[in-house]
Design a protein around this ligand. Structure first.
Ligand SMILES: [Zn+2]
Length: 126
């Protein structure tokens, strides 16, 4: 499961960051996941619960925010969301088209590839 290694890296980074503070409790961690990363939210939450066991993050809430895909066309002036193809056999599966919806030209991906910790809700010792 790809999610486990991603979450492990994320949790390691968070724990390292938290060592700079006198953290007594972590209430929640908010992450931003780009829709292009193909990371499943449920799998992420499940992995988080396992990976954080025995750490300061154990029992904290794992909040996932989605970052929609945004494209910028190299040919015309289009900036906006990608066209999403729905796979009729897989309701949960959608395939973004990485081409300009206006002219079909090549695009730069501006948003949708993130996998970052946005904020941490922690309680510090006085
Ligand atoms: Zn275009």
């Amino acid at each position: 499961m790809h999610e486990v290694s991603v979450v492990t890296t994320l949790v390691d980074a968070v724990i390292k960051e938290l060592q700079r503070y006198k953290v007594t409790k972590v209430n929640s961690i908010t992450v931003v996941i780009g829709d292009l990363t193909n990371l499943g939210e449920e799998q992420m939450s499940f992995a988080y619960e396992i990976v954080t066991r025995g750490t300061i993050l154990e029992g904290s809430e794992f909040i996932v925010e989605h970052e929609p895909i945004e494209l910028q066309c190299k040919t015309c002036d289009f900036i906006g969301p990608a066209t999403i193809l729905k796979d009729p056999d897989f309701d949960t599966h959608s395939i973004p088209v990485l081409a300009c919806p206006k002219c079909g030209g090549a695009v730069n991906v501006i948003k949708g590839q993130s996998c970052v910790v946005k904020c941490m809700d922690i309680e510090e010792a006085e």
